[in-house]
Design a binder for this molecule. Sequence first.
Ligand code: FHN
Length: 431
Amino acid sequence: MKKLSMIIALCMALAAQTKAQTYTPSASNLAARKTFQDLKFGLFIHWGIYSELGRGEWVMNNDHISYDNYKRLADFFNPQAFSAHDWVMFAKNAGMKYITVTSRHHDGFSMFGTKQSAYNIVDATPYRKDPMMELAKECEKEGIELHFYYSLLDWGRADYAYGSRIEDGKPVNGNWDSYISFMKKQLTELITKYPGVKGIWFDGHWERKTVNWHYDEIYGLIHKLNPAILVGNNHHLAPKPGEDFQLFEKDLPGNNLTGFSGEAKIGDLPLETCETINGSWGFSLSDNKYKTPKEIIDYLVGAAGRNANFLLNIGPMPNGKIQQEFTDTMAVVGKWLQKNGESVYGTRGNLVAPQPWGVITHKNKTVYAHILVWPKENYIFIPKLKEKLNKAVLLGTKTAVKYKQQEEGVFIYLDGVKDAPYDTVIQLSTD
Ligand code: FHN
């Protein structure tokens, strides 16, 4: 009898596991994935009470500030110069099509009005307003898609019990059930209260690799509330059931220059990679390592050629304003996109592997060769391009470019072609 009930329990556990591991995205979700892939370029925003200290979003942890002392930052967080309109215009002028913003980072402070904790911008700061609501409304008005970044990791909550040993999928201290339930309630608020939210971007998994994050429940809840919402998780691993896009951090998919992507097996989902405009996620007073427009365009085009979106991060100042250096750089990128956007937006990559001179994107019957590094020879070679070419021109001026198509690939000759600033795009029409 005991043996039989054990077998029944085992079967039930297996059945539950199988259920959790199967996920069939809805038609609306599949359509949202396609739209997302078409957008190609997004603005990542890290903004919180940590911005006040100007030393990035990890300042509480890095500087060993106790939770109680850190909480005082909320008492004088009053971003009077915050304008959702300005943020959205910054994104639009840069040619970005969506925004992913930190609704709650590892410090546990909610940058939105939540009923689940008084430690939030509406209840705990003199500002008393909800910038996430303003941003959501402005994004909807301006046709910019909005994703919420949401931290799984929390340095301060007693139920999370940061630093606790993990046993049997739970922290030994704290109250894991309470924490999971808290997150589910906050996510419900974010999805049901804020208009037009298109995605949730999880982060912090890597802090507790052996805990049971209850993703089946969390992802299931999100998709129950809105099946079209795209779920992504910056866990640096292969995608898990219930996820709709795969994230990479500080590296183009396939690379592991920064060490985050060692275990990140590329799956079949839409891809997105994120990088900072300087060297910091949250506002930094001392970081002047600004990327140039060329570096940003290389990243964006390099991502598109690898079939990925590019999410470029800025850390606005504590008053809500975006610093001039970022605006200047992104105006240049935006202008470049106005002229060359057709070779990026709505395209797909991986038709041909990245080459020493650049990458290939394609859309319908058009193939775009992006020359990012000018070659020493007077030609570039595109290997294995099987589609029959009938025309090659420079994007923009439509000046004809000579080419020769052979069994092994296509030679594009660059005599008379001028190395354009940032990226020389050759448009190839196929039959
Ligand atoms: O710890 C965070 C970090 O602060 C930032 O949010 C980045 C963005 O990808 N993610 C984490 C590091 O993986």
